[in-house]
Design a protein around this ligand. Structure first.
Ligand SMILES: Cc1ncc(C[n+]2csc(CCOP(=O)(O)OP(=O)(O)O)c2C)c(N)n1
Length: 360
């Protein structure tokens, strides 16, 4: 009898432009970026790696609160962000602070977010983003809504949301991509598949070989991209943005990546669920090393330039943490004033009580 069931998973091959040695393996897909753009992407990745190292150190000194390390994921985060415009709206997860910074969130506010200070959640005027979501997947349906809003207004902009492989195991993910597909929302869903949801490997979360193929069920475009290849991530996001704006619908981008560090700085020990061998395999794919080789071969990058970026990052971190330290302490009355335009009667009483305490 003729077999009628066919597996389509093999159609989702990983898209790559630069291989692990920094060689172009997909000339046709090479994005149209100027030399200056290429250098800017490198600067941002190097800066973010330093920011990550400094943030970890600050956390250990007790000077930062919640922090989710980013090293290893720079190409996924910054390659996708580089394809965006200022008017695009970002709905990030807790690990996606770098995209917010390059979208215009001042560094000292990112530090305040980390400390749980309300000012860290207040996006400055013109920074189209919400603060990082801690609840896994909760930003995904919202991103479908923002993308639909752009469509209804006829605006040339997209909503982009970031989650992890764990986020793609949540019901919100399926609802979000389905809704966006059904209504043609101008939304890009980026799943940074760093192989683990805390300690749970992606294989235990889903029987699907790729997360990208889940797009098929939602009737949207889906692609799996080498998330350690910044050019591939950029090219895929750029095309997804153009498609969304021209009415061709949303896109799901799965970036294959790895977080080098612990899940967060709150006591996670990755050696309990990852082997040194796997760590080494992924570190050999490092996005910065690979892109540096590519730029050096084109005569576009030098050690001095890299050192300049490193120094700048260190100085800016120092200034930003100082500025964060100088912010007025958060008060209970602040929380009430921010939440309500007009306080309900029962809180008015409490507010008076707290104001009296705070003024002492
Ligand atoms: C709704 C919900 N369930 C559980 C948690 C606890 N939690 C925090 S991070 C995390 C894993 C998320 O993994 P993934 O989406 O792959 O993102 P990654 O941390 O790897 O970037 C879990 C389960 C949470 N924050 N929200």
């Amino acid at each position: 009898m003729k077999r009628i069931l066919e597996n389509i998973e093999s159609q989702f091959e990983m898209f790559q432009i630069l291989n692990e040695k920094g060689e172009v393996v997909n000339e046709d897909a090479m994005p149209d970026l100027s030399d200056e753009d290429l250098k800017e992407i490198m600067r941002r990745m190097v800066y973010t790696r330093i920011l990550d190292q400094r943030s970890i150190a600050l956390n250990r000194q007790g000077r930062l609160g919640f922090y989710a390390p980013t090293a290893g994921q720079e190409a996924s985060q910054l390659g996708s962000h580089f394809a965006l415009e200022k008017e695009d709206f970002i709905l990030p997860g807790y690990r996606d602070v770098p995209q917010l910074i390059w979208h215009g969130l001042p560094l000292y506010q990112a530090f305040l977010f980390s400390r749980g200070h309300f000012h860290g959640n207040q996006m400055p005027e013109g920074v189209n983003a919400v603060s990082p979501q801690i609840i896994i997947g909760a930003q995904i349906t919202q991103a479908a809504g923002v993308g639909l809003g752009y469509k209804k207004r006829g605006q040339e902009a997209v909503a982009i949301t970031y989650t992890g492989d764990g986020g793609a195991s949540q019901g919100d993910f399926y609802e979000g991509i389905n809704f966006a597909g059904a209504f043609g929302a101008q939304t890009i869903f980026v799943v940074q598949n760093n192989q683990f949801a805390i300690s749970v490997p992606v294989e235990q979360q889903s029987a699907a070989r790729t997360i990208a193929q889940k797009a098929v069920a939602a009737g949207i475009e889906g692609i799996q991209v080498d998330g350690m290849d910044v050019l591939a991530v950029y090219a895929a996001t750029k095309e997804a943005r153009e498609r969304a704006i021209s009415g061709d619908g949303p896109t799901l981008i799965e970036t294959m990546t790895y977080r080098y560090g612990p899940h967060t700085m709150a006591g996670d020990d990755p050696t309990r669920y990852r082997t040194e061998e796997t760590d080494n395999e992924w570190e050999a794919k490092d996005p910065i090393v690979r892109f540096r080789t590519f730029l050096e071969n084109k005569g576009l990058w030098s050690e001095e330039e890299e050192n300049e970026v490193i120094d700048k990052a260190k100085e800016e971190v120092k200034a930003a943490i100082k500025k964060a330290d100088e912010q007025p302490k958060q008060k209970v009355t602040d929380l009430m004033d921010i939440m309500y335009e007009e306080l309900p009667a029962f809180l008015k009483e409490q507010r008076e009580e707290y104001q009296e305490k705070e003024s002492k």
